[in-house]
Write a protein that binds this ligand. Structure first.
Ligand code: GDP
Ligand code: IMO
Ligand code: MG
Length: 424
C-alpha cells in the first residue's frame, strides 16, 4: 500500500483515528493533510484511550514518521498540551514533525471564531470554536503566520505586526479587545523553543519516502459533507477533507495516491448545524447515541444521529474516487430489530435524487426514501472474520457497498485495535 488516503465519507467522526492506528502498524509515514485541532480522532490501544486533535494517528508506532502537513492549521498551545498527554502515557514523540508551511492558529483566531459565531445570531455554523475558520481565512487573505516563521524571528515579528494591524480592528469591531503584539511575540518565541526542532521542510523527507516505496498514509480530518466546496455550505469547515486535496495538503504529487479508503460509520451522525436528512429526533436516534457513545471527542457535544444515508455515500464515494470502504461501528446496530437505509431523496417537486447531493437550501426540504432491513440482534463485537458475521449483518453491509459502488476492505466491530478485520 504505497500511498493511501484515508478520508471521512460522511459528516466526520466516522472512526478515522482507529482505522489509521490499525493501518499505521505497517506504515512508514502518516501525514495529516488538512484541518486543525477541531479534529478529535479517538484511538484505543495498549497506550490507553487518546482523542488526537493534531498529532497524526500513527504516533503509537515508534517507527512511523508522523507529519502535520502543509494543509493543516496548527495551534501550538494545543499541540503542546496534546504532546504532554501522549508523553505522560509513554508514547514516543521522536518521530513527530511539522511542516514549516503549515499555518499557525493564533490566540486571536479562537477569539474571532467565538465573536463571529455570536455575530451570526441564530444562523450559527456550530463550529468547534478552535479558530479554524479565521485561521484559514487569514491564510487565503495572505495575512497568516506559518509554523516556519517561528524559525525566523525578525520575519516573524514583522509578519505579526502586519497581521495585528487588521486583526485588532476586526476584534474591536466585533466587540473584542485588541491583542498586545509584544506579549504575543514572547509567547511565540516560547513555542519556538519547544517545537522548533520539529519544524521541517517536508519535501526532502517525502521525496525520499516515495523513492523508497515507503507505505504512506494520508490522514483526513472531518468528512466530505463538511468539505468547504463539496459539503453543506456554509455549515462546513474551512478546508477540504476530500481525497483530491490530500496530496496537496500532504506535500506529494497528485499522481502519488494509489488507494483511497473511505471511512464509513454504519449509520449517520453529525455535530454542528445544517441540514441532515436522515436525522432521527425520536427514541431510535437516542438509542443510536447511547449505544454508539455519540458525543463529540473535541467538544463533548451530543452528536445528531440518524439512519445510514446511501445518497451521501454514493456522492462521497464518487467524489473521493474511493477504492475501498472501512465500515465502522457495526456492533452499535446489534441492538436493533430492524434498520433503515436511505436510498434516495424526494425533492418537493416530486423528483427523486440518488446520485448527487442537492444544495443546502434544498437539502432542508428533501424527504428520505428508505428501505427496511432486518437487524441481527447478535453480538458482533468479538467477530474477526467476514464469514462469521450474521447473514443479516452481511446483507446490510453489502447493501452499503452496493450503494457506494465500492468494495469493503475493513469492518470494525468495536473501538479497540483488535476489534477490526480485513475483508478478503
Ligand atoms: P474520527 O474523528 O473519525 O477519528 O472518529 P471519532 O474518534 O471522533 O469517533 C468515533 C468514535 O467511535 C470513537 O469514540 C471511537 O472509539 C469509536 N469507535 C470507532 N470504531 C468503533 C466501532 O467499530 N465500534 C464502536 N462501538 N465504537 C467505535
Ligand atoms: P473529526 O476529524 C465532526 C464540524 C463542526 C461544525 C463544522 C465547522 O474528528 O471528524 P470548524 O470548527 O471546523 O470551523 O466547524 O464542522 N466539525 C466536526 N464535526 N468531527 C470533526 O472532526 C469536526 N471538525 C469540525 O461541528 O459543524
Ligand atoms: Mg472525531
Amino acid at each position: 500500500m504505497p500511498v493511501t488516503a484515508i478520508v471521512g465519507a460522511q459528516w466526520g467522526d466516522e472512526g478515522k483515528g482507529r482505522i489509521i492506528d490499525y493501518l499505521a502498524q505497517q506504515a512508514d509515514v502518516v501525514i495529516r493533510f488538512q484541518g486543525g485541532d477541531n479534529a478529535g480522532h479517538t484511538v484505543i490501544n495498549e497506550f490507553g484511550k487518546h482523542a488526537l486533535h493534531l498529532v497524526p494517528s500513527g504516533i503509537f508506532n515508534p517507527n512511523t514518521r508522523n507529519i502535520i502537513g502543509t494543509g493543516c492549521v496548527v495551534n501550538p498551545a494545543s499541540l503542546l498540551q496534546e504532546m504532554a498527554s501522549l508523553e505522560a502515557a509513554g508514547v514516543s514523540l521522536d518521530n513527530l514533525w511539522i511542516s514549516s508551511r503549515a499555518q499557525m492558529v493564533m490566540p486571536y483566531h479562537r477569539i474571532l471564531d467565538e465573536l463571529e459565531e455570536k455575530a451570526r445570531g441564530k444562523d450559527t455554523i456550530g463550529t468547534t470554536k478552535r479558530g479554524i475558520g479565521p485561521a484559514y481565512a487569514d491564510k487565503a487573505a495572505r495575512s497568516g503566520l506559518r509554523m516556519g516563521d517561528l524559525l525566523q524571528p525578525d520575519w516573524l515579528e514583522a509578519r505579526l505586526d502586519n497581521a495585528l494591524r487588521t486583526i485588532n480592528q476586526k476584534l474591536q469591531l466585533l466587540g473584542g479587545h485588541p491583542i498586545d503584539g509584544q506579549e504575543l511575540y514572547a509567547q511565540l518565541m516560547a513555542y519556538r523553543s519547544k517545537l522548533g526542532h520539529r519544524i521541517i521542510d517536508t519535501v526532502p523527507m517525502l521525496r525520499r519516502a516515495l523513492a523508497d516505496n515507503d507505505a504512506i498514509l494520508l490522514e483526513g480530518q472531518l468528512g466530505v459533507m463538511r468539505d468547504l466546496d463539496w459539503g453543506i455550505y456554509p455549515y462546513v469547515t474551512s478546508s477540504n477533507p476530500t481525497a483530491a486535496f490530500a496530496p496537496s495538503g500532504a506535500g506529494l504529487p497528485a499522481c502519488a495516491i494509489d488507494r483511497v479508503i473511505g471511512v464509513v460509520k454504519a449509520y449517520s451522525t453529525a455535530v454542528g448545524d445544517g441540514p441532515f436528512p436522515t436525522e432521527l429526533h425520536d427514541e431510535i436516534g437516542e438509542k443510536l447515541r447511547e449505544h454508539g457513545h455519540e458525543y463529540g471527542a473535541t467538544t463533548g457535544r451530543p452528536r445528531r444521529c440518524g439512519w445510514f444515508d446511501g445518497v451521501a455515500i454514493r456522492y462521497a464515494a464518487w467524489l473521493n474516487g474511493m477504492t475501498g470502504l472501512a465500515i465502522t461501528k457495526l456492533d452499535v446496530l446489534d441492538h436493533f430489530e430492524t434498520l433503515k437505509i436511505c436510498i434516495g431523496y424526494q425533492l418537493p417537486s416530486g423528483e427523486i435524487i440518488t446520485d448527487s447531493m442537492p444544495d443546502t437550501p434544498l437539502l432542508y426540504h428533501v424527504k428520505p426514501i428508505y428501505e427496511t432491513w432486518p437487524g441481527w440482534l447478535t453480538d458482533t463485537s468479538k467477530i474477526h472474520h467476514w464469514n462469521d458475521l450474521p447473514s443479516a449483518a452481511k446483507a446490510y453491509l453489502q447493501r452499503i457497498s452496493e450503494l457506494a459502488g465500492v468494495k469493503i476492505d475493513y469492518v470494525s466491530v468495536g473501538p479497540e485495535r483488535d476489534q477490526m478485520f480485513v475483508v478478503a
